[in-house]
Design a binder for this molecule. Structure first.
Ligand code: AHG
Ligand code: MN
Ligand code: MN
Length: 281
């Protein structure tokens, strides 16, 4: 695992340079989810693949930006799914973006995730590692990632990040979001799940939602690259990650690019979601 963390650190330094100097234009390609890839997405993906290819402990990798699994070492132990540059369309307006890594054993299944790592590229570069017991944050300072703090969610927070197209929300979902606002929750939504979820984690709690909608019944966020890694982080931090009713990490993945509705939050907010969705889903 140490080798994987070091490879992620090296990749992050290169990706930071790509963000600073790279071309934010679209490429001519689409990824498997149908998004037009930016040149930044592709360049970041190449960096990570080249780093991971050098590690014997990795059996397979799969990227949000590639259609297929890539075999690395037949006798490797780890399977890594990653989103090289989540929120890449925010780079040209200079908002924060991130990389997300889910580290699995045996196969790419939610119940087999053993660690997750994300890196936020904002005014600062920060890396957060969840290993099943703790969630630790490191900050890039003078070329080194230094330990800053452990992250623990409060039982209840004050922020909410309600994702997706509001015009396509189901009425019970809209009522639930409205009720959180009536209870005093403040809106925090940048359009990048890495900084949005990072903010909720660091400010003690709240709720990030990307629900099933009339246009996207299975949500938008991808299980292996986005939903499972953050689910693991939130659970390790003492919070929850659910599809409305059940833990997202119990979802069966039928295809590597499957998506799922998801809610990440502290316990009080997730209990409200479960109540609303059990009565309406
Ligand atoms: P990506 O840039 O990898 O395609 O993903 C962006 C994701 C996520 O970071 C964010 O929370 C969500 O898309 C925003 O979607 P909406 O604009 O539909 O809310
Ligand atoms: Mn993404
Ligand atoms: Mn992406």
């Amino acid at each position: 695992m140490k080798d994987i963390i070091e490879a992620i650190k090296r990749s992050s330094l290169k990706i930071r340079d790509i963000i600073e100097d790279g071309d934010t234009a679209k490429s001519d390609n689409q990824n498997s989810t149908g998004d037009t890839q930016l040149k930044l997405d592709i360049a970041s993906d190449v960096v990570i693949e080249n780093e991971f290819k050098q590690l014997d402990c990795i059996k397979q990798i799969v990227s949000e930006e590639q259609e297929h699994i890539v075999n690395i070492n037949e006798s490797g132990k780890y399977y890594i799914a990653y989103d090289p540059l989540d929120g890449s369309s925010l780079v040209d307006v200079n908002l924060s973006v991130g990389s997300i890594y889910g580290i699995y054993e045996n196969d790419f299944t939610g119940s087999n995730i053993v660690a997750s790592i994300y890196v936020v590229f904002g005014p600062r570069v920060e890396m957060v590692i969840a290993d099943g017991e703790t969630v630790k944050m490191y900050r890039l300072q003078k070329g080194e990632f230094n330990y800053i703090q452990d992250i623990k969610l409060n039982q209840k927070g004050k922020l909410q990040s309600p994702g997706s197209t509001q015009a396509c929300w189901y009425p019970y979902h809209k009522d639930m979001i409205d009720n959180f606002f009536k209870d005093g929750y403040r809106l925090r939504y940048s359009g990048g799940m890495v900084p949005d979820l990072h903010q909720i984690l660091l400010k003690g709690g709240g709720l990030f939602s990307y629900p099933s909608t009339s246009d996207l019944p299975k949500g938008k966020l991808r299980q292996l690259f986005e939903v499972f890694p953050f689910a693991f982080t939130y659970e390790c931090a003492g919070g929850q990650a659910i599809d409305g009713i059940s833990r997202v990490l119990e979802i069966e993945t039928t295809h590597i690019h499957d998506t799922s509705p998801c809610f990440f939050g502290s316990n009080a907010e997730c209990e409200v979601v479960k109540e609303v969705y059990s009565n309406n889903g």
